[in-house]
Design a protein around this ligand. Structure first.
Ligand code: S3P
Length: 178
């Protein structure tokens, strides 16, 4: 098991826009480091027994954000885990505070046109079902969030294959462990 006390943190969290690869890389990283894995969207769905689309449809975004804040804060206080955060969780000041105190944070940065391609057929992202192009929606989300994502302890480009990004994360973490 990777010793997080080496980096004086309780856990590792992964952030970035939808489609940036947080869940896949988070899962792979947790296996490599032998740490537990959490995906905050999955936890929200498990707790509410509803999928994210249904929560947005039945109750709206601000209701989702309230649940997201509670679930993220609970998970972010856990020890010895890798956490993939929903892309919008970073807009909560309270979540940002908990990340700062507990987590080694990694921002997966992906160019907007690549995100757009990856999300072309996604039916699971309610924020993309608006009367704007996916490009405009993603641009607007990035405009609001970039300043927070960029505060991460580590920024990794994930435009190509995820194994390259994973290797870069691993080698950075190994520099702390030695
Ligand atoms: C959202 C991202 C989604 C999910 C919800 C809202 C956002 O998570 O939490 O649809 O505001 O960017 P992923 O980033 O895992 O797709």
């Amino acid at each position: 098991m990777f010793d997080l006390s080496e980096i004086k943190k309780r856990n590792i969290c992964i952030m970035g826009l939808m489609g940036s690869g947080k869940s896949m890389i988070g899962k792979d990283l947790s296996k490599y480091l032998n740490l537990k894995f959490y995906d905050t969207d999955k936890e929200i769905e498990r707790k509410t027994k509803k999928n994210i689309n249904t929560i947005f449809e039945e109750h709206g975004e601000s209701y989702f954000r309230d649940i997201e804040e509670k679930v993220c804060i609970e998970i972010l206080t856990n020890e010895n885990c890798v956490i993939s955060l929903g892309g919008g969780s970073i807009i909560s000041r309270n979540i940002r505070k908990v990340i700062k105190n507990n987590s080694y944070s990694i921002y997966l940065q992906v160019k907007l046109n690549n995100l757009q391609n990856r999300l072309k057929f996604s039916r699971k992202r309610p924020l993309l079902n608006k009367n704007l192009s996916k490009k405009e929606i993603l641009e607007n989300l990035l405009k609001d969030r970039q300043k927070y994502y960029e505060k991460a302890d580590l920024i990794i480009d994930n435009d190509r294959d995820r194994f390259q990004a994973l290797e870069r994360i691993k080698s950075q973490l190994n520099t702390y462990a030695n």
